[in-house]
Design a protein around this ligand. Structure first.
Ligand code: GAR
Length: 208
């Protein structure tokens, strides 16, 4: 069974969607630990409510990246919990080469935009301000760039004339909560292969 380590900085609704898919039996995986750089992040509380080991990792002195001692502590926790896959879910720091090398090809992220458009922060606001008519979310493998890794899947939502930053983000998040379990199901079933930058899906085993 695929052992997931979830890392996030915020409210953890994506963590919850993954956990609920596991509990419903639609995702054959287990969340072995949840880590956060924010001591009172809701994601940690939600993990504890589901009896999942949850840890705060102090990432000082860095503000925007996971580096140095904190990176080593994260690697140690991932190893202690025997994680197969690192699942970034609202983690607001850049991942650096030591972690990427240790979990090569085994780190995924969800981003609230249709990459490569609108990488970085507050992507739904970037989309709204730009005036695009379609927004969405992207699940992708993580490489050393910011939101640049190979794309596993994307889901779209319309942008409506009456949308605000809040209504658009909520609509995108509904799709995120479907997209992340779906992407993890493909990984758990070993159905993804990488060809260059393209992530290709093979048929389910019983149809092959
Ligand atoms: C999600 O919308 C996720 O896509 C976004 O943070 C939110 C976390 O929500 N991530 C990024 O913006 C990363 N660049 P959650 O804590 O409720 O899952």
């Amino acid at each position: 069974m695929l052992k997931l380590a979830v890392i996030g900085s915020g409210s953890g609704t994506n963590y919850l969607a993954i956990q609920e898919a596991i509990e419903k039996g639609t995702l054959d995986a287990q969340v072995v630990c949840v880590l956060s750089d924010v001591p009172d992040a809701l994601i940690l509380e939600r993990a504890r409510q589901h009896d999942t080991p949850a840890f705060h990792v102090d990432c000082a002195p860095f503000k925007t990246k996971l580096d140095g001692e904190a990176e080593q502590r994260v690697i140690a926790l991932l190893e202690q919990h025997d994680a197969d896959l690192v699942v970034l879910a609202g983690f607001m720091r850049l991942i650096k080469p030591a972690l990427i090398a240790r979990f090569a090809g085994r780190i995924v992220n969800i981003h609230p935009a249709l990459l490569p458009a609108f990488p970085g922060l507050h992507s739904w606001k970037q989309a709204l301000d730009y005036g695009v008519k379609v927004a969405g979310c992207t699940v992708h493998f993580v490489d050393e760039g910011m939101d640049t890794g190979p794309i596993i899947l994307q889901k779209t939502v319309p942008i409506l004339d009456e949308d605000t930053v809040e209504t658009l983000h909520a609509r995108i998040q509904q799709q995120e909560h479907l997209a992340y379990p779906e992407a993890l199901r493909l990984i758990a079933a070993n159905r993804l292969t990488l060809r260059g930058r393209r992530v290709l899906q093979t048929l389910p085993r019983d149809l092959n």
